[in-house]
Design a protein around this ligand. Structure first.
Ligand SMILES: *Cc1c(COP(=O)(O)O)cnc(C)c1O
Length: 371
């Protein structure tokens, strides 16, 4: 699905010497590389505060802790996402409330969001799934009307631009009260281990979060709040410092591969290619098609047999997962997710795809579907 070594090949010399430099510096945690990365990412995103942490799941958890959410508070998120989003809600003993998504963008359905609000609702977690933003202007409106926090899960969409109706733009993850991301190796901005970050323009929240990632300490050995241990290490930060200047080029390479796929599949009635909403750019963390009149699982297996990696993201809706079932859920409220799990297929998507590979992938898929 990804070609991390192919990407590494192109920056190998810089990466190798940088890693060695960090090792020789003796500063492995919170060293200058981490501080630099924080500043560079703040600049890139146009956000006041970036708080690096250990991974994208921690970023979500710490964001929710920082907002002061309390057991029993309801937090609304999408039914069709990676489990991390709902996991941390449950872990903090908040009440996850899952809502259906839109069939064409895979992102949170705003009508479903509105319907799910109760007097206990305290926060919304829109997930910018597969690389494009959820409808943030609508989410902001709902949040404002009901006095709710917004935590943007930007693990899959770092670098995407959101355009508001008045023409102003913001980076994904900097629109709500707080945004989170992951630097897991296969993410669009990936390091060579685990990493994550939290973004906010709120000075007070940033201060709280900075302490929370480090055992609730604001002064060494004085613990003002309950925190966690969640740090980005210096080697990962050094790698991210080398890769951040490439992020836009990486996104372009992904978009180019996506265009190739979409053109190749354009005239096939049994394949629905991903669309990009007018208010967002798409950074194609995943390129996900929907198939009909085709046995999706057979296509999945056929591609694997042909040496073409591909994956079903996601095979089970969160509301049907054993850990997250809730007697309040009704199947008819999850029509789209229940359909998507049977029709979606994510194709290889990374920065190193060449025309020959794309040609082989698309022709193999079209041959299977047309025969
Ligand atoms: C990857 C991912 C996460 C979790 O990030 P980790 O760094 O793996 O903990 C959270 N949410 C979404 C949508 C993701 O894709």
């Amino acid at each position: 699905m990804v070609d991390l070594l192919g990407q590494y090949d192109k920056i190998q010399e810089q990466v190798d010497s940088k890693i060695l430099e960090v090792v020789k510096s003796g500063a492995y945690i919170n060293g200058p590389e981490v501080h630099n990365f924080q500043k560079e990412l703040e600049n890139y995103l146009g956000v006041k505060h970036v708080i690096p942490c250990a991974n994208g799941t921690d970023a979500l958890q710490i964001a929710m802790m920082g907002l002061g959410l309390k057991p029993g508070d309801e937090v609304i998120t999408a039914d069709f996402t990676f489990a991390a989003t709902v996991e941390v809600i449950a872990l903090l003993q908040l009440t996850p409330v899952l809502v259906d998504v839109e069939k064409d963008t895979f992102n949170m359905n705003i009508e479903a969001l509105k319907k799910a609000i109760t007097p206990k609702t305290k926060a919304i977690v829109p997930v910018h799934l597969f690389g494009q933003c959820a409808n943030m202007e609508a989410v902001l409106e709902v949040a404002k009307a009901h006095n709710l926090f917004i935590i943007e899960d930007t693990a899959q969409a770092i670098g995407a631009d959101y355009t508001f109706k008045d023409g102003s733009k913001k980076k994904a993850g900097t629109i709500g009260n707080v945004g989170t991301t992951s630097f897991f190796p296969s993410k669009n901005l990936g390091c060579y281990g685990d990493g994550g970050a939290i973004f906010t323009n709120d000075d007070e929240l940033a201060h709280t979060l900075r302490g929370m990632v480090n055992h609730g300490m604001y002064k060494r050995y004085y613990h003002d709040v309950v925190g966690v241990n969640s740090r980005l290490d210096s080697i990962q930060a050094a790698i991210l410092n080398l890769k951040l200047p490439q992020l836009d080029a990486y996104c372009d390479a992904r978009r180019k591969a996506a265009s190739y796929y979409s053109e190749a599949f354009a005239s096939n009635k049994n394949i629905t290619t991903p669309i990009t909403s007018s208010f967002t750019t798409h950074v194609f963390h995943q390129y996900t098609i929907q198939v009909k009149n085709v046995d999706r699982n057979a296509l999945h297996q056929h591609l694997l047999d042909s040496g073409i990696p591909n994956a079903i993201y996601y095979p089970v809706p969160l509301h049907s997962q054993k850990a997250y079932t809730d007697t309040r859920y009704k199947e008819e409220d999850f029509k789209v997710t229940n359909e998507l799990i049977n029709t979606v297929l994510s194709l290889p998507m990374h920065t190193e795809l060449d025309t020959e590979q794309l040609e082989f992938i698309t022709s193999t898929i079209l041959f299977f579907i047309n025969n």
